[in-house]
Ligand binder design. Structure first.
Ligand code: FES
Length: 365
């Protein structure tokens, strides 16, 4: 069958809303038979949900927490995503207060490259993850899918939360421990509560991780690392792994939100009038349009192609990734693309402004 279109939305019915904690819910979405291949996802991918709002629409990206379907089986009959309430967050407030079973939501096809395909794991693979808060969501899918598909694989999860009450997917993680006692290792660090004797508490920062990780597992033998959560935690974990001699190519990152004060905004790589013309290829069709002063490439494309893929418009989710075919751009912020991706020529369209008069990007690569 044809590959799912980038940025395509379909209406899916909410089958269930589970309250996970005071400030988080899990939404289960039913996938009709005819869309199951379109919603086939890799462990770690996310869905973008949208709703109409005053002056346009709101889109938010939520990771799929359910295990991925087996490669040789049918696509998923249901998808489950975790939604944590963000203060002032329009979509998360809507999810918490209004969404109920039977509602129909507009859902984009799965996307994201923070993934682990169990079929590609080497024999005897040993993966590890460091997650904070809702960063558990994609990693739950990654760990559950890997452990189910590969009886020779092991997974170590280090998770950080404020309190036990605010910890998402406690039961699901406990299930993994029950089901795979010899292959799933779990360490929980709670930052705002005294733990029972013997369990760690306090903030999971770089120094802490650099001491904790070698005591938990043979760091040098870990096949791959998955870091997910707030910017500060992911950066701290990345630095700790670097100090422990882990090659950057073994580290995968997904940032869920950026504390603005903590995050460096990338310096402009060139100064030039940020207008010009963009040629964009999307789902096999190309067009050329003007880019207005200060406008991003994504906004220029969206004025002409409403189906261009995006979610956060903040350089975090990576949904707007495109290949830069010709020309030069300046990216404002990038918390989504790995160094290998930018070196290979990929850019975030929502953060890119033309430096050269003509720029060509390809959303299909
Ligand atoms: S839309 Fe999220 S990074 Fe561009």
């Amino acid at each position: 069958m044809a590959a799912p279109r980038h940025g395509a939305f379909h209406p899916l019915t909410v089958a269930e809303v589970d309250r996970l904690t005071d400030d988080s819910v899990a939404l289960t979405l039913r996938v009709p038979q005819e869309l199951r291949e379109v919603y086939r996802h890799a462990p770690g991918q996310h869905l973008t949900l949208r709703r109409a709002a005053a002056g346009g629409e709101v889109r938010r990206t939520y990771s799929i927490c359910s295990a991925a379907p087996a490669a040789d089986g049918p696509g998923p009959a249901a998808l489950r995503v975790g939604v944590r309430l963000v203060e002032g967050g329009e979509f998360s407030t809507f999810a918490h207060k209004e969404i109920a079973a039977g509602d129909v939501l507009e859902v984009m096809v799965p996307a994201g490259r923070f993934v682990l395909d169990p079929a590609t794991a080497p024999a005897g693979a040993h993966y590890a993850a460091v997650v904070g808060g809702s960063g558990i969501t994609p990693v739950l899918s990654i760990a559950a899918s890997l452990l189910a598909a590969r009886p020779d694989a092991r997974f170590c999860l280090v998770r950080s939360d404020r309190t036990a009450e605010s910890t998402m997917f406690l039961e699901e993680v406990a299930d993994l421990k029950d089901r795979y006692p010899a292959r799933f290792q779990l360490v929980t660090v709670l930052s705002r509560e005294e733990q029972e004797a013997g369990l760690p508490s306090g903030r999971l920062d770089e120094e802490r991780l650099a001491a904790l990780l070698p005591a938990l597992l043979p760091v040098a033998e870990v096949t791959g690392w998955f870091l997910c959560g707030p910017y500060g935690l992911v950066q701290g974990a990345e630095r700790a792994l670097g100090a422990l001699g882990v090659a950057r190519s073994r580290v995968h990152e997904e940032i869920f939100h950026v504390e603005d004060a903590a995050a460096p905004v990338r310096a402009a790589t060139a100064t030039a009038p940020s207008h010009g013309r963009v040629t964009a290829r999307l789902d096999g069709r190309s067009g050329t349009w003007p880019v207005r002063d200060g406008e991003s490439l994504l906004d220029a494309v969206l004025r002409n192609r409403a189906d261009a893929p995006y979610a956060c418009k903040g350089g975090v989710c990576g949904t707007c990734r495109a290949f830069l075919v010709t020309g030069e751009v300046r990216m404002e912020r990038n918390f989504a693309l790995e160094t290998e991706e930018t070196e290979a020529g990929f850019v975030l369209a929502c953060q890119s402004h033309p430096v050269t008069e003509e720029v060509e990007i390809d959303f299909d690569r």
